[in-house]
Design a protein around this ligand. Structure first.
Ligand SMILES: Nc1nc2c(c(=O)[nH]1)N[C@H]1C(S)=C(S)[C@@H](COP(=O)(O)OP(=O)(O)OC[C@H]3O[C@@H](n4cnc5c(N)ncnc54)[C@H](O)[C@@H]3O)O[C@H]1N2
Ligand code: MOO
Ligand SMILES: [Mg+2]
Length: 625
């Protein structure tokens, strides 16, 4: 695609103290050098519109870069635009401000593609609902319209937009292309310049699109209300069939009903003789009764002969009891003898009817409800399913849950420590928690505190995942990027504050109908948030009951002197002491701690109180599954 780039470098940079912004240093380049380096590979020529000769030395090495002066000097950006258009040799022109150091050729090409799909004369990024006239594509002819506007005294580029048909490309469309949104960010103020320098170092990026004061205005929900909202927004997933051998740990996809009785035949419970109790009525140790053995049955062999009076069948444990028999007498109570090639059994005692025979269906009747959908398949369930012939088992599809960690401070687990950084421990912890909850973690890795990058990864992942969880960036800090990501117009915020500790800024939202739970970055809060707000969603997706963690009453194992304005959920371990249940808070209850997660098997609920609680107080605790 033939494309001219026009860089408008005529501004005064008033808010930057009157410097020419094209000459601002960024890393080891100045803006204009960086822009040329980045724009060259995707364009046929670059035209820099400027009257500043100081720029020359950065341009002269390039054959396809020209510098031209305004035809209407001092008339503002529209004049620069007009001059650039007049000089352009291609029909399509990418117009860039010299203060846009993060320009992106891929974004320019995407805009150009969009414009070609219709009768448009320009294609512009629309960010936060506002068209951005710079870092946009224009047809060369629009220069003539600019000129006529200039003659009417117009100076602003935006005026052009009222006079041409243009196509707007919003954040979402760029994100879908994997294009990071900061390409159009401009540097007008020293603050923005400072942020640009940080972005270059990978520390952060501009996040100018949310009203920062918004993040302080939050309405706190009670934890139960937040849980209710979350459960309301998810549905059970589809089911699939897996071989029984792979079904361990999965959740049943269907109610399982017995397809036949069990045992399916009258089964012997002992190695012995099947016979008729009637025949033993007179038997005593002095005068044992002798019966003719008509058959010897190993397990798995169907009897050939029903029993008549005076007869017995030798039978093994699990064997099928012949018709006519109403008891199995164990071998130890019998004496066997062979006479003339015929076997006889002698028994010296009468026995009650039914002894050692498991009747058909005595364990399971046909049609009986055996296992409910959603039940976790463990050893007992596996045995039942096998007995009922489930070579393939209907199971709930595992929820695919994307895990994204935000934080420029995060290192990969294998990286050595460097000052101010820590290793990402939340993501591996969340992956384990997800596995424990039956889900399939889809690890998206980490993003620096860059809202556009986070947003892009999130949108992409949601296409193939059922749920997305993030950690970090939900509070009120400068780099708390999830706040920006979830402020996008197509995101429906469910809540961003919960009246509890830890994890009060835990946030949930819906995007494309899918749930995003943004957990706190503090490891302890992240852990608690998962159990209280992610687990219930996973349970519902897998039809698992009960739908919330189960509570129990127990004695507080040690004093808890902290005074609480909020309800607290403290990590604790259960202990049985002389037949009573105690719950012991583990370590200090700070949300930043992760050592306290190690032995936690429950959360103690501490209500908001004006004074602490003493050891031995009866408290409510929640079992962690
Ligand atoms: N001025 C205020 N500051 C804070 C408030 C507040 O109300 N006003 N709330 C505090 C509370 S409560 C919490 S909880 C945290 C929430 O923090 P964020 O969710 O925004 O998380 P970050 O700021 O990104 O990080 C916090 C902490 O966690 C560490 N972290 C982050 N990600 C990971 C990870 N993947 N593995 C290990 N550790 C991680 C991070 O380095 C920080 O130390 O905000 C309080 N602040
Ligand atoms: O709500 Mo935060 O987790 O207390 O520190
Ligand atoms: Mg924060």
């Amino acid at each position: 695609m033939a494309l001219t780039a026009v860089i408008l470098a005529g501004g005064q940079g008033r808010r930057m103290g009157g410097v020419n912004k094209a000459l601002l240093p960024l890393g080891d380049e100045v803006f204009i050098e960086r822009q040329i380096r980045k724009a060259l590979p995707g364009t046929n020529e670059i035209i820099v519109v400027s009257n500043d000769e100081a720029l020359n030395r950065f341009l002269r090495d390039y054959e396809s870069v020209r510098i031209i002066a305004d035809q209407y000097p001092g008339e503002g950006p529209l004049a620069g635009f007009q001059a650039g258009m007049a000089a352009a040799s291609c029909a399509d022109v990418w117009v860039i401000g010299c203060d846009q150091p993060f320009l992106e050729v891929s974004a320019a090409h995407f805009l150009l593609d969009r414009m070609e799909s219709g009768a448009f004369q320009a294609a512009l990024p629309v960010i936060g609902g506002k068209p951005q006239p710079l870092h946009a594509i224009y047809r060369k002819e629009t220069g003539l319209i600019a000129e006529s506007l200039l003659k009417k005294g117009e100076r602003k580029l935006l005026a052009l937009l009222d006079n041409i048909p243009w196509y707007g490309v919003d954040e979402r469309q760029f994100a879908e292309q994997g294009i990071s949104l900061n390409f159009a960010d401009d540097v007008d103020t020293p603050e923005q310049y400072a942020k640009a320098s940080l972005t270059l170092k990978g520390v952060t990026s501009f996040m100018p699109h949310t009203d920062r004061s918004d993040r302080f205005r939050r309405h706190a929900l009670q934890p139960e209300e937040a849980q209710r909202l979350i459960k309301e927004k998810v549905r059970p997933l589809a089911t699939e069939r897996v071989p029984l051998a792979d079904a361990w740990g999965r959740r049943l996809g269907d109610n399982i009903v017995a397809p036949h009785p069990f045992p399916p035949f009258r089964r012997s419970g002992m190695d012995g003789y099947a016979l008729r109790t009637e025949d033993l009525l007179q038997a005593t140790s002095e005068a044992p009764v002798s019966l003719t053995v008509i058959e010897s049955l190993p397990c798995g062999v169907e009897p050939r002969h029903p029993l008549n009076a005076g007869q017995a069948t030798r039978i093994m444990t699990g064997g099928m009891v012949p018709e006519g028999a109403d008891v199995v007498v164990m071998l130890e109570m019998t004496v066997t003898e062979d006479r003339d090639g015929q076997s006889f059994v002698q028994i010296g005692k009468s026995v009650p009817v039914g002894l050692n025979i498991a009747e058909i269906g005595c364990e399971i009747q046909v049609g009986e409800a055996l296992l409910p959908a959603g039940k976790v398949i463990s050893s007992g369930e596996t045995a039942l399913l096998a007995a009922c012939g489930y070579a393939d088992v209907p199971v709930m599809r595992r929820p695919r849950v994307a895990v994204l960690s935000t934080g420029s401070e995060l290192l990969e687990v294998g990286e050595p420590l460097v000052p101010a950084k820590i290793r990402n421990s939340n993501a591996p912890m969340l992956a384990s928690l997800l596995r424990e909850a039956g889900a399939e973690p889809v690890m998206l890795g980490k993003v620096p505190d860059d809202a556009s990058e986070a947003q892009q990864r999130i949108r992409q992942a949601l296409r193939t995942c059922d749920l997305l969880i993030t950690s970090g960036g939900v509070s009120v800090g400068d780099y708390d990027v999830m706040v920006d990501v979830l402020a996008a117009p197509d995101v429906k915020l469910l809540f961003n504050k919960i009246a509890m500790r830890p994890g009060s800024p835990t946030t949930a939202a819906l995007l494309d109908g899918k749930l995003i739970v943004a957990l706190s970055g503090n490891p302890g809060a992240c852990f608690v948030g998962f159990h209280l707000f992610v687990s219930p969603a996973l349970q519902k997706m897998q039809q698992e009951k009960p739908l919330s963690p189960q509570s129990f009453k127990a004695f507080l194992g040690r004093d808890f002197p902290k005074i609480n304005a909020y309800r607290r959920y403290i990590r604790a371990r259960t202990e049985l002491r002389e037949g009573t249940v105690w719950v012991l808070p583990i370590g200090d209850d700070k949300s930043s701690l992760m050592t306290t997660i190690v032995d936690a098997d429950c959360l103690i609920e501490i209500p908001p109180l004006k004074e602490g609680l003493e050891r031995g107080h009866l408290v409510t605790a929640w079992k962690l599954s």
